[in-house]
Design a protein around this ligand. Structure first.
Ligand code: ATP
Ligand code: MG
Length: 570
């Protein structure tokens, strides 16, 4: 892995120190733990880059673990897409795995063990069943600067607690009637330490285990167990979990007491948690719940709509894995909450596509130009990619009638307009110089056809007498050009902070013009574009053939990014 300044961050120093002190047993193991209840987005991509990136940097392993301990809303469709997206981002999980696939784990496969660990906590007097109602439970817990009160069942005997815990598992109680709590400290200034809930009753089917369980472990209990049993050394998550860290350590201590920590090369592996600031991006939302609502209410065409901040949406839009990784690297890792501008991500995309995308011509807002004195068909030779000679040349047919972009002609030119004007000359990219002799308008007063003559000595692009022609415009030959649907995407929201009036009001800021579809003409080679393939449409922007709707002969293109904007990274 390449090193950059931003990768020498505090997480790396933390792992460095553990490796040096021999605390990893010779192998750094991290994990990425998505919940399969939605598609992963650019924020998850950052966590993927950190989790997999750190493991790679230290020659270790990163596990992909589906954190499927919360039965509602999880599905295999989500699980499969998460895997697909991580592979596409360029990362591989490795290790032992618990499902026959190296490095791939389902947290739900540990339910038996988690339950047994909880039973052992009860036997040791470290956990008890509690039947306070939601409101009572909150009231007993108290507030940070005032100690809480003990639950009436805090001192129930282990035997009785085990009975209740088994009855909970066996379905004798309704949701919420009982729960299992850790017995820690009701006076702790850290509210998460005040006898937190470890298990709760939920009569909900699990997408893999069906109705096997009606009790499910809470995140704070399940996560350290998953980490410990998998032999994870470094567990990185977002800042909101910082206050949960003492509880994470408490659970790890109990596992140690129960002799459950993995021993690697003679070293007992104690997983540790550290937290970094989540990635926030302006002009979009990233909560899975809010993204799901956009999909369900059909404000977008699906999770992979190119306007979505999801990994599959970005892929469909034509963003590249390399650009996404570069973006995550540039924003870096810190403990300071901040907002990133999507313009930086777009800049990364542009930088990469400038190097790799084949150049083609496409006219998005076509108007016909007739060269009155041109006969026959000729071929123009143009580079596939001027910044990469190895990409070679391409041939583009040229004849008497061509399409040019409406914006490249001005009846009454503004100052500094160097393209086509009545009586003026312009160069047609790679072909010749033409002079506008007349034009026609339709009933609405719009230019409908432009007539030109060409300088017969200018084939190839230069005037025979050396006179200067400033403007060069792109074109598509009418006879051989192919009509194409082009989808022009803009920001999905009209405000940099769509949640500024609360998360329930974000739809109010949907941009009604976030998708504009036009019929364009494209040069013949684009007619057979491979779905997913990226191009630079000369003078226009970067586009990719839509992976779903584009068909050979009937191409559909998504605008990935415009050619330039004023943005420059700091
Ligand atoms: P949501 O709150 O929308 O349901 P989540 O964060 O709970 O999403 P998970 O599937 O639990 O989604 O997240 C998996 C991992 O990705 C977690 O370790 C989480 O910390 C990390 N993650 C999620 N969002 C971001 C983000 N915006 N920036 C960085 N990491 C993130
Ligand atoms: Mg979560």
């Amino acid at each position: 892995m390449e090193e950059s300044d931003t990768s020498r961050h505090f997480l790396r120093q933390w792992i460095d120190a553990d490796v040096a002190a021999g605390r990893t047993g010779g192998k750094v193991v991290t994990r990425f733990p998505p919940e399969p209840n939605g598609y992963i987005h650019i924020g998850h991509a950052k966590a993927v880059c950190v989790d997999f990136g750190m493991a790679a940097l230290f020659g270790g392993e990163c596990h992909l673990r589906l954190d499927d301990t919360n039965p509602a809303k999880e599905s295999d469709e989500y699980a499969e897409n998460i895997k697909n997206d991580i592979r596409w981002l360029g990362f591989k999980w490795s290790g032992e795995g618990d499902s026959g696939e190296a490095g791939f784990y389902n947290a739900s496969n540990m339910f038996d063990q988690m339950y047994a660990i909880a039973e052992e906590l009860i036997r040791r007097g470290q956990a008890y069943c509690c039947n306070l109602g939601q409101d009572e439970w909150k009231e007993y817990r108290g507030v940070p600067d005032k100690p809480g009160r003990a639950s009436p069942s805090r001192d129930t005997s282990p035997e009785r607690n085990l009975e209740i815990f088994h009855d909970m598992r066996d379905g004798k109680y309704a949701d919420g009637e009982w729960c299992l709590r850790a017995k820690i400290d009701m006076a702790s200034p850290n509210i998460h330490f005040r006898d937190p809930v470890l298990y709760r009753i939920r009569h909900v089917s699990h997408y893999h285990l069906g109705d096997k369980w009606c009790v499910y472990p809470m995140y704070d209990f399940a996560h350290p167990i998953e980490d410990a049993l998998e032999g994870v050394t470094h567990s990185m998550c977002t800042l909101e979990f910082e206050v949960h860290r003492p509880l994470y350590d408490w659970v790890v201590d109990r596992l140690d007491e129960q002799g459950l920590l993995v021993v690697r090369n003679g070293v007992k592996v104690r997983p540790q948690q550290r937290e970094f600031a989540r990635l926030n991006i302006t002009w979009t939302v990233m909560s899975k719940r809010l993204l799901l609502k956009l999909v369900e209410e059909k404000h977008v065409a699906g999770w992979d709509d190119p306007r979505m901040p999801t990994v599959c949406g970005m892929r469909r839009r034509g963003f590249t894995p390399g650009a996404i990784r570069e973006f995550c690297d540039r924003i870096g890792v810190s403990k300071m909450e901040s907002e990133s501008d999507p313009a930086l991500l777009e800049w990364c995309v542009r930088e990469e596509l400038n190097r790799t995308a084949l150049r083609r011509m496409a006219v998005l807002d076509p108007v016909k130009l007739v060269i009155d004195n041109f006969d026959g068909v000729r071929e123009v030779e143009l580079p596939n990619n001027p910044v990469d000679e190895s990409a070679g040349m391409r041939k583009v047919p040229f004849s008497r009638e061509i399409w040019i972009d409406r914006a490249d002609f001005m009846e009454v030119p503004e100052k500094k307009f160097f393209r086509l004007v009545p009586g003026g000359e312009v160069r047609l990219r790679g072909a010749c110089i033409v002079k506008c002799v007349s034009f026609e308008k339709d009933a609405d007063g719009r230019i409908s056809e432009i007539h030109c003559t060409w300088d017969e000595g200018s084939w190839g692009g230069n005037a025979p007498d050396g006179r200067k022609v400033k403007g060069t415009i792109h074109w598509v030959d009418c006879a051989s050009g192919v009509p194409a649907e082009v989808r022009l995407y803009d920001r999905l929201f009209t405000d940099p902070d769509p949640m500024k009036e609360g998360s329930e009001n974000y739809l109010k800021f949907l941009n009604p013009d976030s998708l504009k579809t036009v019929t364009a003409y494209v040069e013949p080679l684009l007619g057979d574009a491979n779905p997913g393939e990226s191009f630079q449409f000369e003078r226009t922007g970067y586009f990719c053939a839509d992976a779903v709707d584009s068909k050979p002969g009937k191409p559909v293109f998504n605008r990935t990014v415009t050619l330039k904007d004023g943005y420059k990274p700091a």
